[in-house]
Design a protein around this ligand. Structure first.
Ligand SMILES: *Cc1c(COP(=O)(O)O)cnc(C)c1O
Length: 421
């Protein structure tokens, strides 16, 4: 495989190609193929961007039909038939059946664009600057979003410019089992001398993806919603990674029965790996003035088309979400088994997650790297997350076949034994 130009020309900032240094050529659902024709099972799936698999045939057909009809591809934020169909499908297939009513802001096409827009909207709507975020949260790397991201590696990459306007609170479980972290937040809110500027909003992931598959309890999320309501603070759910079915529901917060004021989606929203993001906001929060927040790529007509096709294909009834939950249990069982085996070997490990967003905490990044490197040798693409990269995480396509899911888990289990045994 010829990799010289890739190594020579691409900036050192590259990441995933270091863990998987092969040249990929093709992919279908949960399988990747490299230039030598070797196949890999994909448990990374674009870090949660390919929930519907690589080149999903239903969605591809919609895309091809649109392209061959000379449908509008770029039109700034023109009204297009594709945009209308997207909004109609979002409303009828996703929002109405869930009793939700939101307006849609189409910012730039990445997750961090959606987070920037969401927190700025919250500030405009409330006339306050402070955004409360949580330890181990990851919300993107542009300046505003970065201020709400915990990871020091990203925060140190500003060249010393301080990130501003955010305050960190301990996430559920951060202080250890049985420690109620929201009491701290609530106490500060009620304390005139606590030092916390009155927040415009709270931004939170229901399951922290990059932060290590930390799962917020459903009662914790309900209580967070209540605290926000009691104190006139907006609740932003960053569902960029946990949304679009990853946890077994279209929106990850559905499990908790809460209603955010603002929601961000990206990653799997286009359903085809096309760059796309939106912000959903309660209608009365739409305080934007025309053109006050702009951008050249505001909504992407190809992504409108693929996103709407996926909503119709997978979300018109509850078959898909039940299947995701079933597969989630398959992964959970196997991860528990692998964690138990590691613990027996003197490497304390534990399993956690919700739906098909799952991880094994193996204690250190060193151990996790050994396992994932061995897995790659054995034909499985799988990555780590967490503050030290100590969590081996499974983000396989939700559409993965049972055969590939079992084969991937078999490879992971065997690789763990080879790496640690
Ligand atoms: C990936 C991610 C983002 C940032 O999205 P980008 O497209 O990488 O900018 C923000 N929030 C969460 C929860 C994410 O997982």
């Amino acid at each position: 495989m010829q990799t010289q130009i890739l190594e020579r020309m691409e900036s050192e900032v590259r990441t995933y190609s270091r863990s998987f240094p092969v040249v990929f050529t093709k992919a279908q659902n949960a399988r990747l193929t490299d230039e030598d024709g070797r196949e890999y099972i994909d448990f990374l799936a674009g870090a949660g961007t390919l929930n519907y698999g690589h080149n999903n045939p239903h969605i591809k057909q919609a895309l091809l039909d649109y392209l061959s009809s000379d449908g509008i591809v770029h039109g700034l934020d023109f009204w297009t038939a594709a945009k209308r169909d997207y909004l109609e499908t979002l409303e009828n297939v996703i929002l109405k059946p869930r009793g939700l009513d939101y307006k849609v802001h189409l910012p730039g096409p990445t997750g961090t664009n959606a987070v920037e827009a969401a927190i700025r909207l919250a500030r405009v709507a409330k006339g306050r600057h402070n955004i409360v975020t949580f330890t181990n949260g990851f919300h993107g790397v542009t300046m505003g979003a970065l201020a709400t991201t915990g990871n020091r590696k990203f925060r140190e990459a500003t060249g010393g410019i301080p990130t501003q306007g955010a305050a960190f609170m301990p996430y559920d479980g951060y202080m250890g089992e049985g420690n109620d972290t929201l009491s701290y937040f609530e106490k500060l809110l009620g304390d005139n001398s606590g030092g916390l500027d009155r927040p415009a909003a709270v931004i939170v992931e229901t399951v922290q993806g990059e932060g290590g598959i930390n799962v917020a309890g459903l009662d914790w999320l309900k209580r967070l919603e209540r605290i926000c309501r009691d104190h006139d603070i907006l609740l932003i759910i960053d569902d960029i990674q946990a949304g679009c079915g990853r946890t077994g529901k279209f929106f990850s917060f559905e499990h908790a029965g809460i209603t955010p004021d603002i929601i961000t989606n990206s990653k799997s929203l286009s359903a085809y790996g096309l760059p796309f993001a939106h912000v959903l906001m309660r209608p009365e929060l739409d305080k934007w003035k025309p053109g006050q927040y702009n951008g050249t790529f505001r909504g992407f007509n190809l992504a409108f088309t693929t996103a709407a096709a996926a909503m119709r294909q997978y979300w018109s009834d509850d078959k898909f979400e039940r299947d995701v939950q079933r597969k989630g249990r398959v992964v959970e069982d196997r991860f528990q088994k692998i964690a138990a085996w590691l613990t027996e070997q003197g490497v304390p490990a534990s399993e956690r997650g919700r739906g098909l967003m799952r991880g094994i905490d193996v204690g250190t990044g060193d151990v996790a790297d050994k396992i994932t490197a061995k897995a790659f040798e054995n034909g499985l693409v799988i990555e780590t997350s967490g503050q030290d990269g100590e969590v081996v995480k499974c983000l396989c396509p939700l559409t993965i076949s049972d055969e590939d899911l079992i084969e991937g888990l078999d490879i992971l289990e065997a690789s763990t034994k080879q790496a640690i045994g």
